[in-house]
Ligand binder design. Sequence first.
Ligand SMILES: [Zn+2]
Length: 324
Amino acid sequence: MSAENEYYSSIVSKFKKLENKLDVSLILESRMFQYFTKKQAEFNASIDRLKSTHYKQIKIFLKENMGLMIAPEIKPTYKFIDECDESIIILKELLELFEAVDFERLENLRKLKPILESHPFKERGARNKCQELIQSCEDEIYNLERYINDFKVKILNRYSIESFNSAFGYYAPNPILTRDRIRVNTFICWIWSADQDFEAFITNVLCHETAHAFHHQGQDFNNKRCQNFRQILEEKYFFEGIAQHYTNQFAQFYKKKLPDIKKTFDHMNEKLMRKNSPYRWHETWEYNKQVIKDAFIKSRQKKYMDKEIFNKILKQEEENYHNQ
Ligand SMILES: [Zn+2]
């Protein structure tokens, strides 16, 4: 069997596991599958780099910026497709997106536009024709992007934010319930980010889940674990706010390695998340990162934490910072 065929059968067998829940032939005949098959090498290479390079950088960054003495040692699991029902439904809906949008064409249009723009035509007729082409490229890109965006907003509105986000990956606080502490569901991330940078997207997902794990299980400089260990898991705004703040910080820091990482993070938040979502609460913290870091370290020593208490700690730390 050729390498290509082998790969094809391994993908097919992964899909076959979903057989009862989803029509496999629908996937295999779809435009999405054809596009995915072309991109398989890139897809695998991105995941390899996530495992070997990006995850190491995430851990170093979070440990230092969260002010931890000891960070938990966790080996994330990368699953092609999660078996959970919610992500199956999303997968089915995202299949529709590929039927409506030709992602290969979008990619080519994006490549073509700067080439046309940089080409110096001397003759007036040719110059005008080129200008027309640039304009039609721009219009088509705009329409496709708008369609994709509207479609994603429609899907997001149908799910509770928590169930939607766990489709991409999760951090499991309780090892009794599941074997995987940190999980990234790679295929659904790939479909969702087909119009963006997939590698940047999965790096954001992994950073977010790792931030949860470090917040929850990391040890402070006094060797103590977070004192509100159990209780914070219920505080969606606070718990997600911290994970998002550090994911944002990491994206900012890591731009030199993955140029699109910050753009991908902002896109998800600005375009797709509701303004009052727990995933955007961190945007209301108008303090510098040292103040937020000090507040975070303080918050770990409290027996009880919530949104209001964290806001108070932030204000106190802001005053301390200026009085120094
Ligand atoms: Zn989260």
